[in-house]
Design a protein around this ligand. Sequence first.
Ligand SMILES: [Fe+2]
Ligand SMILES: [Fe+2]
Ligand SMILES: [Fe+2]
Length: 475
Amino acid sequence: MKSDIQDTRLISDFSVINDDLCRDAILGFCDSPLFHDDGNRYEENFYGRRLRPHVIKYLNFTKPLETGETCNYAAFAANRILFAMNEVDFLMLPSGDLKPKDFEDRYSNARISQAHLGMPYLEKYLFSFLDKEIVVSDNWSVKSVEEYFKGFAEQASKITSTPATEAILSSNQPSVSARDWLIQLAPDFLIESSPMARYASGNYGPISSSLFKIIIDELGYGEHDRKHSSLFEETLKSAELSSEPHKYWQYYLNGSLLLANYYNMITRNRRYFFRYIGAIYQAETGFIRTCALWRDALKSALPSLDVRYFDEHCHIDIDHSRMAFDSLVKVAIEAYGNYAAQEIVRGFEEARFVSEIAEKDFVAQVKWKDESTLNTTRYKQIWPAVQAAYKAGEVDIGPLDEPRNELSITHSHDGDELCHVSEGTMEFLNGFQHSTILKKDEGIIIQRNRLHGALIQSENCKYEIYSIKDVYRWL
Ligand SMILES: [Fe+2]
Ligand SMILES: [Fe+2]
Ligand SMILES: [Fe+2]
């Protein structure tokens, strides 16, 4: 029998993702000294990506997220792992000393196989909500897509601010918020065009050559100083930030990683090629205007900022947007019809939707950092009631006792929490470059979904985390 092929030992159907196998792969991947918690608030190891791996076995990635759940901690953990897994495809070398042991670990066969089992699994968990969220009608033609996209281009060219620029300019500390925004762009910009360059391979006709023209622009035509990621490194340095990838790993927000992982998904899996074309049109077109707005807001917050990265995009993305439409979108629909058109529109909508999630996350984080004093005041207001409720057995508590320099790697919670220090001193990390010192009998409300961490600043520190679920119930 020529169709009698399989001699199954373990898995008979690879189209059904095996939960146990993928769970093993994910936990195995995360078990490396490069990913274990350490005491550095900024990453000190070139290949280090802190994943809080000791927590991962308690998280459940089997049931895909619903739209409102993308800001939960499990999603954040999945985004961190997925980003680190995608890096098995991208060569990263330090400018200084290379530690061979770390290099070999990061690109070992074990990590590569774990990553390639884990990535589709985590993508299913993180991105399935888009199937429900984005409903694309059929019967698209070159003409109707053109009308729709040109309408978007016209609208995008007229905007006068974005949620991120407004957040930066109206925040208590615009320079810190501006640096924070640069950091949120870093997961994408520091390896800019690496996901795109996955499409440099293959044999797919004239579209491949047109896309390659965009790739070589992004790469600065082989001149390292002109490479877009190099320009962005100069931007970071001029903002007094390190340009080493990914030094500020712990401050990448969930939404920023979700966006980067979306582009990784639609470039690594070639089945999503048409979606990628739609997404790239959306990105190149929207960026013409937002890039100028970001530049102006960042520059006003950080006057000595090197803005060549942004200037370059304001002009070159006019070309890229036109090229993306004329030589990718149009040509693909002419060649592959309705299937291509629908996928292109889907990619366009998905990219827009996910980038909005990312920007909203940043806006919420800036507000959370700005409200640090309000959150210590709220703590004082509700502390007696929370303590009484705890004594009555109505509130759960996590008691902790930690030594000096113990760092709680940044994370988030799915409900509001109250942090109370009963002994010693803690530097509560409200987010990037913003801390609140908490001493004995002081505390703070921790808002759900907001990135935070803690660093112990005394010989030891005893503190308790009370699960208050919703702060407004207590006010
Ligand atoms: Fe670029
Ligand atoms: Fe571009
Ligand atoms: Fe926490």
